[in-house]
Design a protein around this ligand. Structure first.
Ligand SMILES: Cc1cc2nc3c(=O)[nH]c(=O)nc-3n(C[C@H](O)[C@H](O)[C@H](O)COP(=O)(O)O)c2cc1C
Length: 204
């Protein structure tokens, strides 16, 4: 598969499951390699990841996320039907083969700001870019290597405290996203693309 084909194949896919022969060790190794090979400002390697597989995925979405989200929605006076619909959606995520929790190490960001005052205000942005790079590399790698589908979620910061407590995550790791992945049950929907003339300028 060419690199461009891999880019095209990487789509947001919600209907995913655990129907795969790929061994957990292979999945873990690929995720680690995708994170490791992702660039970061000053090679600061700010990204951190917690990898959940199989039953841990179910318990993450159906227990941890559902509990925190329900409490927050109740506080906000959200109607019971909307809460039930959200829980149903979370139960769908809970069927994934794996969920990767992506973090950025804020101690490293602060250290860079102190050591390189000239760029101080850039480091938080570069850290955000790093999490994007790590997310997309992992997402594309899982698609290209194993034919997996994936979707990227953002239930932070609602779940941050529970995640830190359950997985022993240090306080300086800031949760930035959750990537669900698994065997594809139903393909991605159609995708629209904006017109090239509104997007690009080419000279020369
Ligand atoms: C930075 C970023 C944040 C996103 N956040 C979410 C999200 O919270 N929930 C979700 O279902 N999809 C999320 N997505 C997926 C986008 O909706 C999706 O990538 C976009 O519609 C293009 O579709 P594609 O991924 O199939 O190419 C996010 C994507 C990006 C790049």
């Amino acid at each position: 598969m060419s690199f461009v084909e891999a880019l095209k194949n990487r789509r947001t896919i919600y209907a995913i499951n655990r129907n795969t022969e790929v061994a957990n060790d292979e999945i873990i190794a690929l995720i680690k390699e995708a994170v490791r090979q992702s660039p970061s400002a000053f090679n600061s390697q700010t990204s951190r990841a917690v990898i959940l597989l199989d039953d841990e995925v179910s318990s993450f979405w159906n227990e941890l996320v559902a509990t925190d989200l329900e409490a927050t929605m109740k506080e906000q006076g959200v109607p019971a039907e909307a809460i039930a619909a959200t829980k149903e959606k979370l139960a769908g995520f809970g069927q994934a083969k794996g969920t990767i929790l992506f973090f950025e190490d804020q101690d490293v960001v602060k250290g860079l700001q102190e050591n390189f005052p000239l760029y101080a205000e850039n480091f938080p942005f570069w850290s955000e870019q790093s999490t994007g790079i790590v997310s997309i590399n992992t997402w594309t790698a899982l698609s290209a290597e194993f034919g997996f589908g994936a979707n990227l979620q953002h239930y932070n910061p609602v779940i941050d405290a529970s995640v830190a407590a359950k997985y022993g995550v240090p306080a300086n790791w800031k949760l930035r996203g959750q990537l669900n992945f698994g065997a594809i049950e139903a393909p991605a929907g159609d995708k629209e693309y904006m017109a090239d003339e509104d997007r690009f300028k080419v000279f020369g």
